[in-house]
Design a protein around this ligand. Sequence first.
Ligand code: GLN
Length: 273
Amino acid sequence: MKKIIALMLAVVFALSMIACSSDNAKTTSTAETKTEAKTGDADSTNKDEKKTLVMGTSANFPPYEYIENEEITGIDAEIAAAIAEKLGMKLEIKDMEFESIIPAITQHSIDIGLAGMTVNEERLESVNFSDSYAKGVQVVIVTEDSSIATIDDLEGKKIGVQSGTTGDIYCTDDYGQENVKQFTNGALATAALKNGQVDCVVIDSEPAKAFVASNTGLKILKTTYADEDYAAAIAKDNEELLKKVNDALAELKSEGKLDAIINKYIPAEGKAE
Ligand code: GLN
């Protein structure tokens, strides 16, 4: 009988040791997770435990987002990285078509959209926007020999736009769907202008400058089509992230970091304002 009791005690002791050591393991992994979230340099084996800010963009909108050396770079990528750093998070960027960004936010497959995205009433019905971090301007690109000299000359012309953008929305409203040709991105719209498929392209001024610089025979009209505000889009049910992003943006503004990022890509004399 004594032997049986001794054996039982031994089993209970052994079991309690196992329980104790697995508790230690749990504590260690929690501590590790916290450090990773803070430094943001965790290895990929603990990916699920890392806090990641997933940003959606459409990397064909220079200098806000474009691909260089197989990496997404540009103003929005850098601003998002600076926000993520302030939030103690790791940034992951997902590239997609511009029109897919808002649906991806509402379906929560991404946390935030930064894509030179203009704040407008229609989008505000689906998502929240952060405070604005940059100004946008819609301009008109034409061929150097074009008869289009001002916005008034657009009537009856074939207008190329990037599908789902504000340029698309304004032109469809002002000139009718039948006069507007939609392209998946600005580079394709610009190529269509060069080969005569459209008479002009209405698009944001900074990518317009980049497309005109990388093509011959194109120019931007001096008259602008619309002035806009760019902001980050966030799900309506994620007020917490909205607040954190606005706080981070305010800090980046007051530290001069926001201007530094924008000035790096857009020289002061070329600014929209
Ligand atoms: N600013 C425009 C918009 O929000 C275009 C943005 C873009 O093409 N990335 O519709």
